[in-house]
Ligand binder design. Structure first.
Ligand SMILES: O=C(O)CCC(=O)C(=O)O
Ligand SMILES: [Fe+2]
Length: 219
């Protein structure tokens, strides 16, 4: 497994994600590390979910979907026009397996997670650029989010990229792949560079599953 060469003279901030090389092993699946940007850390992952898992997550969310809300106050807003559902309080083997894998990928116990959030975007729907962490003035900031994994559950015919405007970088949704990024740096400027959004879907639809992790356990 190739390691990233570290120059001791370059001061690099500590990251949460602790996988190097081109593959990572989880309990039940080998995941491909396809591309990475170092600071802030943004990692593109392949082979995270198989077909059956993607379909099961979509299916589990179908009769729970509601217009997505944003922020600590959970308001409906033009910033996010998709529909979504948290897969919490569901007993399902596939969901449990996926949650375990997500926790291994992110290197954080699942108790720090808010539950998988499934989102569906129809043509024209989008999630405008935003930061995933809560503003310091928000109540939720006392146990703030520190990293995100967005998993793509289907192929989008056109549009729907996850874009990072300050990094001039975007990820095209491909079924079973994912993008991971973190914003737990001491250097606040690095956190702000994780500004991102979901570009409008042009053709087809887009399904994703997002896991946001908090600094401490929830509840
Ligand atoms: O739709 C996307 O690609 C991005 C989703 C996102 O930003 C989020 O779930 O926090
Ligand atoms: Fe986001």
């Amino acid at each position: 497994m190739a390691m990233i060469a570290k120059d001791p003279h370059i001061k690099k901030e500590v990251t949460i994600f602790n996988h190097n090389g081109n593959k990572m092993k989880t309990e039940d699946r080998e995941i491909d590390i396809i591309a990475r940007l170092e600071e802030p850390l943004v990692v593109v992952l392949g082979s995270v979910l198989d077909e059956e898992e993607c379909e099961a997550l979509i299916h589990l969310s179908k009769d729970r979907l509601q217009r997505s809300k944003i922020g600590g106050t959970r308001e409906v807003s033009d910033i996010r026009t998709s529909s979504g559902a948290f897969l919490t309080d569901i007993e399902n083997d596939i969901l449990a397996r996926v949650e375990k894998r997500v926790s291994t990928i992110m290197g954080i116990p699942i108790e720090h997670g808010e539950g998988l959030y499934i989102m569906n975007y129809k043509p024209g729907q989008e999630y405008k650029e935003h930061l995933d962490y809560f503003a310091p003035t928000s109540n939720a900031a006392s146990n703030n989010r520190i990293c995100t994994l967005v998993m793509y559950l289907n192929d989008v015919d056109e549009g729907g990229e996850t874009f990072f405007p300050k990094l001039n970088f975007s990820v095209c949704p491909q079924k079973g792949m994912a993008v991971y990024f973190e914003y737990f740096y001491n250097e606040q400027m690095l956190n702000e560079l994780t500004l991102h959004g979901g570009a409008p879907v042009v053709k087809g639809e887009k399904w994703i599953a997002t896991q946001w992790m908090r600094r401490k356990k929830l509840n």
